[in-house]
Design a protein around this ligand. Structure first.
Ligand SMILES: [Zn+2]
Length: 104
């Protein structure tokens, strides 16, 4: 579990436990569907328009599936549910997903 430090000055900091993982933790679960590393792709949030690398998002994995949220507005960007023999991927929270490809 990731920890964040919040506070206004030295000695005033308070440790706050976060209930999400870093977006880079999505790599293993998404590797099965995406041949390329999805954490290096860039997506635009439909909630606030933020363009961010998937690796910079907030990943919640304590649900029936994996939920990826925007780090700025908390909009659900992606849902990934895996069951034996199938997977469901909902990308409706992103207006685009851009992958950088190697130059031929
Ligand atoms: Zn957003």
């Amino acid at each position: 579990m990731a920890m964040a430090m919040r506070g206004k000055g030295v000695g005033m900091a308070t440790q706050v436990a976060q209930d999400f993982l870093d977006g880079n933790d999505l790599a293993g679960a998404a590797r099965e569907l995406f041949v390329m590393d999805v954490t290096t792709a860039t997506g635009r949030c439909t909630g606030c328009g933020l363009l961010s690398r998937i690796g910079e998002t907030h990943v919640y994995d304590r649900a029936p599936g994996i939920v990826v949220r925007c780090p700025a507005c908390d909009n659900v960007l992606m849902r990934l549910v895996r069951a034996p023999g199938r997977a469901w991927l909902d990308l409706s929270g992103m207006s685009c997903l851009e992958f950088v490809l190697p130059v031929d």
